[in-house]
Design a protein around this ligand. Structure first.
Ligand code: EPZ
Length: 420
């Protein structure tokens, strides 16, 4: 097991370039199955979740060349429509392989991806969306059998704007004759990126970023050369790292227009946040001011993937603030670790009440999920003394060499192989 070791108290300063977005890269890798031509993806994040998706594509028979940030995928010889069980469990987002596989083979078998630390993560909306396209779905013993021989374009209405379910239907409908409409679609920027990618393959998708998306089926899709959008959550996490240390940093290649909710909340905490095209300049006060309330919402509301980072910032702010997690049912699992470091967080259901303290103290803590692990690193950057964050591998799922990036900004952080 690997751990991060952080010596707190260093102000972060300097400039970093934002890499490609994990939550754009994963559905785009799945969408490569929609065509038999070669697809070249550049500027892809070199993170564990991307490597897991490459494993899945290879298991299905795709040829994948992975060189650093560039990935070439050829699904010409894909022969298998059964998702490998072991890999489905390793990465939840494998569920949106369903749409592309059904588009190519008109049948698919996948096992329930299972829940994770932040919630049950059901897939009922994925399945109801595919059923609206005529897919016959039978579930037995945790295995989902999809028969798409009678698939057709249609009207899909989501009770909740699910990101993954929206992406699944977009991909399933890309080559279905006729026009498919998704109502109450998720509006996340990564869905706009997926629309752009499918259209680069020759698809005809319109409306991503709004609540109604239309997909006009085409006969076939061709190859493309594509670079995913930058990662707004990694960018937000780096801004939060500067904010918690009273630092001053510049980000380049940032998806500024997709970060308005994040930047507004940082300004509410008395950070000076300036946006100049794809550059963001943040200068933080010595002591942050607590915002009264933060509610996570689907985009364009405040993103749930930034919630626990903001919990860490609120822990050391002047005043008391409240965070309400409206998207996932169990996303305060790191409050206990922060309290062990001296924070004063009271959680009840989906609400956390935080009375800011001016000092946190280093401790040995444990990452339980990707964003929570990153938040514990942020707390360590502020804490007096040494903080050890176990299970660094969870952070590697969505952050490329997180310790190297923070070190470039002046943080005292290293990675060790902990023997326990
Ligand atoms: C995507 O997950 C992201 N993952 C998540 O990022 C992100 O937190 C989430 O969207 C919300 O923005 C990827 O894109 C790979 P949802 P997804 O379907 O698609 C419920 C990270 O840290 N729901 O919009 O799974 C679900 O339980 C990860 O990068 C159903 O009830 O999110 C949750 O409460 C974490 N039925 C809510 O909707 C369904 O069929 C939002 O889920 C599907 C979802």
């Amino acid at each position: 097991m690997e751990s991060f070791v952080v010596q707190g108290g260093k102000r972060l300063e300097g400039s970093l370039r934002v890499d490609g977005a994990k939550n754009a890269a994963l559905p785009i890798l799945a969408a490569c199955v929609l065509t038999g031509d070669d697809v070249l993806l550049r500027g892809m994040p070199d993170i564990t979740d991307v490597r897991r998706m490459i494993d899945i594509l290879r298991m299905l028979g795709c040829r994948v060349i992975h060189q650093g940030h560039d990935i070439t995928v050829s699904a010409r010889d894909i022969g298998c429509c059964e998702m490998p069980d072991a890999l489905s469990k390793q990465i939840r987002s494998s569920i949106f392989m369903l749409g592309p596989i059904l588009s190519r083979f008109r049948r698919a078998t996948v096992t329930y991806p299972g829940g994770c630390e932040i919630g049950l993560r059901p897939i009922d909306l994925h399945l109801s969306g595919l059923r609206a396209l005529g897919v016959v779905i039978a579930e037995e013993g945790g295995v989902i059998h999809c028969d798409g021989r009678q698939m057709h374009a249609g009207e899909v209405h989501f009770d909740y704007p699910s990101v993954g379910a929206t992406e699944n239907v977009m991909m399933a409908a890309a080559c279905l004759p006729g026009t498919t409409t998704i109502h109450n679609a998720a509006r996340e920027p990564e869905i706009v990126d997926l629309q752009g990618f499918i259209n680069a393959l020759g698809g005809r998708v319109r409306g991503a970023g709004c609540a109604t998306i239309t997909i006009e089926g085409v006969d076939a899709l061709h190859g493309a050369d594509w670079t995913p959008m930058p990662d707004r959550i990694v960018a937000g996490t780096l801004l939060a790292a500067a904010a918690i240390t009273g630092g001053q940093i510049e980000l380049t290649n940032a998806p500024t227009s997709d970060m308005t909710a994040i930047n507004a909340k940082l300004r509410e905490m008395d950070c000076d946040v300036r946006e100049e095209g794809s550059r963001i300049l943040l200068s933080a006060p010595e002591r942050l001011t607590a915002f009264p309330v933060l509610q996570t919402q689907p985009h364009p509301g405040f993103p749930t993937d930034m919630q626990v980072q903001m919990l860490a910032l609120l822990s050391v702010a002047e005043g008391t603030g409240v965070i309400v997690e409206n998207v996932f049912e169990n996303r305060f699992t790191h409050a206990g670790d922060l309290n062990r470091m001296g924070a004063r967080i009271l959680c009840s259901g989906r609400t956390a009440i935080v009375r800011g303290v001016d000092t946190l103290y280093g401790a040995r803590v444990t990452a339980r999920d990707l964003r929570g692990g990153a938040a514990l690193v942020l707390a360590g950057l502020r804490a007096q003394g040494e903080t050890i964050i176990d299970h660094a591998a969870l952070v590697d799922r969505g952050y490329e060499a997180f310790e190297r990036q923070l070190s470039q900004l002046g943080a005292d952080i290293r990675r060790i192989k902990a023997n326990t």
